[in-house]
Ligand binder design. Structure first.
Ligand code: AOF
Ligand code: ZN
Length: 320
């Protein structure tokens, strides 16, 4: 018998190659295996490479060498997510699999997208293809936690992130005096060159990045990626009192910016982002925004960088 976890592991490895390029779609990998025992070998591999592009299964079949095509009908297709059954930007993968007449299909996990939700697997079974589901499901779920959150909870996956001093402060006390456009002092630097790279990696992993008006005003950040690969996240600014000037770096043309000013209620912001298809938000501060999200209880992960410096007084870091 084929070792299911070995090939679903390979699917997950392939799926990861699409990281940074497929959001808000899931990362998906597929492997086609012919024969068993001494005959056993992979005859095709593929993954979803970019948003709007062909799905993993399509790329997998396309990779099969001409000499191996007669073997497809005697092969097992492994795929980390249920093959789709709908016409999206691309036609249904389930129909392609049926046309290729594979013997068996092993699926990591079902697709919670309501347009698919079990119908892909059902269609394969209706056409006499043996289907096994739920192989390495926890690993499949972890890989696509953002995509799953969007479809299962109808809101983006929320990650809070901040850096604090050894004595528990986010920053010195800084403010803007009347008439002054920008503060003279820059923000307290807690991050190191290495952790700055990691922050940029997190920005690349998430579809959007959110800050409040104080952070936009005091730090004047661009919130883009320069120390990691991938696309700049969509910038989200909560600015209830319209205090952030239009020439701020958060409005630079490197990425879109969405401003919430009328309604900055966290549940409203999350549901609006979900409607726009945003599957993840990295919240980078400041203290007011972080504290209000923490008190709402609607967040999924918290990443705290602890520096070695002590500053004695300043803006206290949030408590969770
Ligand atoms: C698959 N294989 O590799 C992926 C799937 O607009 P489309 O056509 O790209 O469809 C996107 C939806 O298809 C996405 O929301 C998810 O439900 C599924 N993704 N399905 O069979 C793949 N990426
Ligand atoms: Zn598909």
């Amino acid at each position: 018998m084929l070792e299911y976890t070995k090939y679903i592991s390979r699917c997950l490895q392939l799926a990861r190659l699409g990281e940074y390029y497929v959001a808000p779609n899931p990362m998906v990998g597929a492997v086609l295996v012919y024969g068993e025992g001494s005959e056993e070998r992979i005859i095709g591999e593929g993954w979803h490479r970019r948003y709007g592009g062909p799905h993993a299964e399509v790329n997998c079949f396309a990779s099969v060498k001409e000499a191996d095509t007669p073997l497809i009908s005697e092969s097992t297709l492994f795929v980390s997510l249920e093959p789709c059954s709908h016409f999206g930007k691309t036609p249904p993968c389930a129909d392609l699999i049926i046309r290729k007449q594979v013997k068996k299909c092993v699926v990591g996990m079902l697709d919670p997208n309501p347009q698919v939700a079990g119908q892909g697997v059902a269609r394969l079974r209706e056409h006499g293809i043996e289907v096994v589901t739920g192989i390495m499901e926890p690993e499949c779920r972890e890989l696509n936690k953002r995509f799953l959150c969007l479809h299962e909870k109808e809101r983006p996956h929320v990650i809070l992130k901040w850096a604090q001093t050894a004595d528990g402060f986010l920053d010195k006390k800084r403010s803007i005096s009347p008439g002054e456009i920008r503060p003279n002092e820059g923000p307290l630097v807690i991050s190191t060159p290495l952790t700055k790279c990691l922050v940029h990696k997190m920005r690349a992993e998430n579809m959007s990045i959110l800050v409040g008006s104080n952070t936009a005003l005091l730090d004047n950040p661009k919130l883009t990626i320069s120390r990691w690969a991938g696309r700049n996240p969509i910038r989200i600014l909560l600015d209830r009192h319209h205090i952030v000037p239009s020439d701020s770096r958060i409005f630079s043309d490197e990425a879109p910016t969405i401003v919430y000013s009328e309604n900055t209620d966290w549940e409203y912001v999350l549901s609006d982002l979900a409607h726009r298809g945003v599957h993840s938000v990295l919240v980078e501060g400041g203290s007011k925004v972080l504290n209000s999200i923490i008190s709402s209880g609607i967040y999924d992960e918290v990443h705290v960088e602890r520096g070695t410096m002590r500053i004695g007084e300043g803006v206290p870091a949030p408590k969770i």
